[in-house]
Write a protein that binds this ligand. Structure first.
Ligand SMILES: [Fe+2]
Length: 205
């Protein structure tokens, strides 16, 4: 018995031109992100192909095979989703967020600089990612921490800002100075994109 589902292969999204012109973050670094992202897209397609072929009627070993494939799938999907947010919301001119996201930040963190300080500290502490997400159950923004691509997302929370703090995100441009990279990240954020997402998802200030 095979799994009764179909899937479609996806292809890597094109990078928007503005993402090639970041301030303080080089093209070499962008290429490093993009190569990894393409790898996650390929991996996702490959794993879904394998899952479609798993024979559920075979012996117990199928469980460990499923486990390995589904854990690997969560890593690949995390690598895709995290990077698609990252690529899309950089290429702007930073500054302080205004509009809906700005209102949410002020409501839930007090001030913009408190939000930035908290996200920066979260990014300094995480091994791979820090996200500002809207938690639908809590009804507020929170800066969640991530280690790998698939740790530790929280159910029913929607990421609006995704800060990549894997070494490939900063080592070429800033060496070991992750903090300087995070400052550059803020300077390149496009809050129009973030506001657009928040509006589309129906987040209310
Ligand atoms: Fe990355």
């Amino acid at each position: 018995m095979a799994l009764a589902y179909t899937y479609e292969e996806i292809t890597a999204r094109e990078l928007k031109p503005a993402f090639h012109e970041l301030e303080g973050i080089s093209r070499e670094t962008i290429d490093a992100h993009y190569k990894l992202y393409q790898g996650y897209v390929n991996k996702r397609n490959e794993i879904l192909g394998k899952l479609a072929g798993v024979d559920l009627s075979s012996a117990n070993q199928v469980y460990s095979e499923l486990r390995a494939l589904k854990v690997e799938l969560s890593f690949a999907l995390g690598g895709i989703k995290n990077h698609e947010i990252y690529f899309e919301h950089l290429g702007g001119s930073g500054g302080d967020p205004v509009g809906l996201f700005g209102d949410l930040v002020k409501r839930d963190f007090g001030t913009v600089s408190d939000w930035k300080a908290d996200l920066k500290a979260t990014g300094m502490g995480g091994r791979g990612w820090a996200w500002t997400a809207y938690d639908w159950d809590e009804g507020r923004l929170f800066n969640y921490i991530g280690d790998a691509q698939n740790t530790f997302p929280v159910w029913n929370a929607t990421p609006l800002v995704a800060l990549d703090v894997y070494e490939h995100a900063y080592f070429i441009d800033f060496g070991t100075d992750r903090g300087a990279y995070i400052d550059a990240f803020f300077n390149n954020l496009d809050y129009d994109v973030v506001n657009d997402w928040a509006q589309r998802y129906g987040v209310r200030a």
